[in-house]
Design a protein around this ligand. Structure first.
Ligand code: ACO
Length: 219
């Protein structure tokens, strides 16, 4: 497996890959944003904008040339989340708003910019590994490479919206800490029905961060 920074020439290929390999992200399964092979315009726009920050990686199987996995990382600035929440009010996409609304609302709530006194946060946003390549540590490797890139680019804080139990496992191993923890089954509508019926073992959404301000010094 080789790892490459995602360049503009690969944007479409990555979006195509995600259509077939991100549908089983836990929250996506819960709100059924899109099925395997399908797409969601607003999610693609989010993915594309993230790739444009130039901090995303793709893992390629050297033998076949196939994409084995990817991590899309973006920069979050003070006020971005509040702006997104405002935008949602005028855009009528119930599923997308239900999914991203949960993330944005809770992110606004934890006030990371204030707590850590930073102006930008390195966000590890979309993590996906092709089924054929899962369980071999690729996701962890993509996250480790992202951390190194963040360090090189002068970021002091990493953040993951860990919607998957597996991502939480990796984050914990890499030294992230949990800033907020939301049990999916605790979120109900006015009729007492579950809003996010997420399949096991993904029972919790965690906002996880890693302070890298005292990371390895540059030589
Ligand atoms: N069952 C049990 N444990 C699992 C499974 C599984 N199906 N998959 C991964 N794990 C565990 C591994 O054992 C490992 O823990 P360990 O080191 O204690 O053994 C840990 O999770 C990470 O394993 P990796 O091999 O690094 O993960 P992998 O390369 O298989 O990719 C991923 C994991 C990205 C979550 C993959 O399953 C996937 O693409 N899922 C669909 C999309 C998704 O859910 N993405 C994450 C959402 S959160 C976000 O995007 C920020």
């Amino acid at each position: 497996i080789r790892y490459e920074l995602i360049e503009e020439s690969r944007y479409n290929e990555i979006l195509d890959y995600l259509k077939n390999h991100f549908h089983d992200e836990p929250l996506n399964m819960a709100v059924r944003l899109f099925e395997k092979g399908e797409t969601c315009e607003r999610l693609e726009e989010y993915d594309l904008n993230t790739m444009k920050d130039g901090l995303s990686y793709v893992a390629i199987d050297s033998e076949s040339g196939r994409i084995a996995g990817t991590i899309l990382n973006g920069i979050s600035h003070r006020g971005d989340v509040e702006e997104e929440l405002e935008k949602m009010k005028s855009i009528d996409d119930i599923k997308f708003n239900r999914l991203m609304g949960l993330l944005f609302t809770n992110n606004a709530d934890v006030e990371l910019f204030k707590k850590y006194n930073v102006d930008k946060i390195f966000e590890l946003r979309i993590l996906s590994v092709d089924n054929d390549f899962r369980g071999k540590g690729l996701a962890q490797k993509l996250m480790e490479m992202s951390e190194q890139l963040a360090q090189e680019q002068g970021f002091t804080l990493l953040k993951v919206d860990a919607t998957s139990f597996f991502t939480q496992k990796i984050c914990t191993k890499l030294g992230y800490k949990t800033m907020k923890s939301i049990v999916y089954k605790d979120i109900k509508n006015e009729n007492g029905e579950l809003i996010y019926d997420v399949p096991s073992p993904h029972d919790t959404y965690k906002i996880m961060v890693k302070d890298i301000s005292r990371g390895p010094k540059k030589v």
